[in-house]
Design a protein around this ligand. Structure first.
Ligand SMILES: NC(=O)c1ccc[n+]([C@@H]2O[C@H](COP(=O)([O-])OP(=O)(O)OC[C@H]3O[C@@H](n4cnc5c(N)ncnc54)[C@H](OP(=O)(O)O)[C@@H]3O)[C@@H](O)[C@H]2O)c1
Length: 313
């Protein structure tokens, strides 16, 4: 049974990015931006920050991965604490909760850096997707040391980052978002400030990802059935394109399936992680969600095959 609550007015505040943002240097924040985590997503984000005129310093656990960003104009620093000393606003985008915890808590981590800085002078923005309980724990540790905190988990695909067309939910310190809204404009078509209650954006992100994961699995199954039913994939895609089901996500993923190009844009590893986090949220809310286990099982098999395939190349 699903009960729907309609009697609450939305508190959401929408920050739409100007069109052709990279084409016009407008109101770029003078704040020094630090960026931690130069994986596939992090490197693409830093490139967009630099191309739009931001002053960016970077740190990554494997230091060689900083080279591409340094060549594009970033300054490389030696520890997360040094990023905190030398920057005003620090973004973090790493693989998951364990990585975030080591960056925040370990020696020469974020908390070490904050201990040396004036309270209220530094902001930390979490882009890594995590569950709301860990987000709240990290937020408390950072704000207790005088840092400002915003969570803004990223869940779209790498191509959305590269095109600057992300949809980002954010909660926490609103002023911090405003202080670097030019960074969000560089990567997102829309940033939605939901409220000050940290953890809300993580929950929204997980529910969004759950729908995304289901849709992805349903697409894969329909593609398989088309083949076995001796229909043509191209006919189906054309047919689909005229109807209400033709969302950009569905048509883009169909194209990826057709071109056998799924790993370029969509990491199974992170789809699986997001579904696992959604299961945790589901369990915490005691909401039965039978499709979730099926979608997660399929993503786990796909991840194993993907890893095996990548290892043989
Ligand atoms: N890839 C996607 O399709 C996708 C799409 C949307 C959102 N996301 C989200 O974006 C985030 C990053 O994804 P990604 O694709 O950029 O990941 P990635 O390419 O796998 O990179 C992972 C990053 O995390 C760092 N890291 C891992 N463990 C660490 C630790 N213990 N200490 C310090 N750093 C550590 C890695 O450092 P090293 O370089 O040293 O290993 C690397 O910078 C994830 O939260 C993911 O859910 C991913």
């Amino acid at each position: 049974m699903i009960s729907v609550c309609l009697d609450k007015e939305s508190e959401f505040e929408y920050f739409f990015s100007p069109n052709n943002y990279l084409g016009e240097a407008r109101n770029i924040t003078p704040k020094k931006i630090g960026f931690i985590g130069l994986g596939m997503i992090g490197r693409s984000i830093v490139t967009r920050f630099l191309n739009s005129g931001h002053n960016v310093s970077v740190w990554n656990r494997t230091s060689e991965k900083c080279q591409e960003c340094v060549a594009a104009g970033a300054q490389q620093l030696s520890t997360p604490a040094e990023i905190v000393y030398k920057c005003d606003i620090i973004f973090c985008c790493v693989s998951g909760p364990e990585a975030v915890k080591s960056i925040v808590y370990e020696n020469n981590g974020i908390l070490t850096g904050l201990e040396e800085c004036e309270p209220g002078s530094k902001g930390y923005i979490e882009l890594t997707s995590m569950n709301h309980v860990i987000v709240q724990e990290i937020c408390k540790a950072i704000t207790d040391k005088g840092g400002k905190y915003l969570e803004a988990p990223i869940s779209d695909s790498i191509s959305n980052v590269q095109e600057g067309s992300l949809l980002i939910p954010a909660t926490g310190n609103r002023q911090l978002l405003e202080d670097c809204v030019s960074c969000f404009h560089a990567i997102a078509k829309l940033t939605c400030f939901m409220n000050c209650e940290v953890g809300t954006a993580s929950k929204m992100n997980l529910v969004f990802n759950m729908l995304r994961g289901f849709t992805f699995v349903a697409l894969a199954e329909s593609m398989a059935l088309i083949k076995e039913a001796k229909l043509w994939h191209y006919d189906f895609v054309n047919y689909l394109s005229y109807g209400q089901m033709a969302s950009p996500f569905v048509t883009e993923k169909y194209d990826d399936f057709m071109q056998n190009n799924l790993t370029l844009d969509t990491s199974f590893k992170y789809q699986k992680k997001n579904l696992e986090l959604a299961v945790q949220l589901n369990n915490a809310c005691q909401q039965p969600c039978p499709m979730m286990s099926a979608a997660l099982g399929i993503c786990q098999i796909a991840t194993q095959r993907d890893v095996a395939r990548l290892e043989t190349h």
